[in-house]
Design a protein around this ligand. Sequence first.
Ligand SMILES: [Zn+2]
Length: 231
Amino acid sequence: MSVAKQLYRLQEIDLEIESGERALEQVTSQLGDSQAVIKTQKQLELEQKRLEELSRQQHSAEWEIDDVTTKLVAAEEQLFSGRVKIPKELTNLQHEVEAFKARRNQLEEQALEIIDRVEQSEASVAKINSELKKLTADWERQQKQLTDEVEKLKTTLADLRDRRQRLAGEIDPSALEFYQSLRKGKGIAVARVEQGICRGCRISLPTTDLQQARSGNLVQCSSCGRILFLP
Ligand SMILES: [Zn+2]
């Protein structure tokens, strides 16, 4: 194998390693918490707190209704017991009964409104909960795929680095060093020659260069300076 061919193969492996590293970086950057899951968890917490507060309001309203009812029953019992005979006291009792009834109606209306809001909040909690479950499942599935992908890429990269090391070991050290310095400056160090044209800069190469390259010598393109490789 000519040195140019060896270097061309090495470059193929190096480019594969580079693209593998980019892919690994890209996949790794997607690993981690899901903003959508975090946001929905916060929403759920807020709605659960709201529901707790509403339930507390509902119980307190129901307790107040019970309290007023007890007082109302006692007042009515006294009113109709026949024990109170003074007309002014009876009138007062009647007013008291009316006032308790009015208060109870008001509280019952309030309680109905609260119950309505409790039901809405319960529905919200259920909806957000199922959304969160779906988002979490999607996220877990995605993370699993990404983790598998990371493992696959790491294995591929380890294999490529292995092959690179073996191939680099077979290449003349000074040629290898020259290749490395070209790679650093130009990215592509070895250019294929197709139909007498350098694929690195698309210039037509002089016949002497082509002959030199064909005979296995390390020849640089006179225009772009890359190592020429005739397949
Ligand atoms: Zn060139």
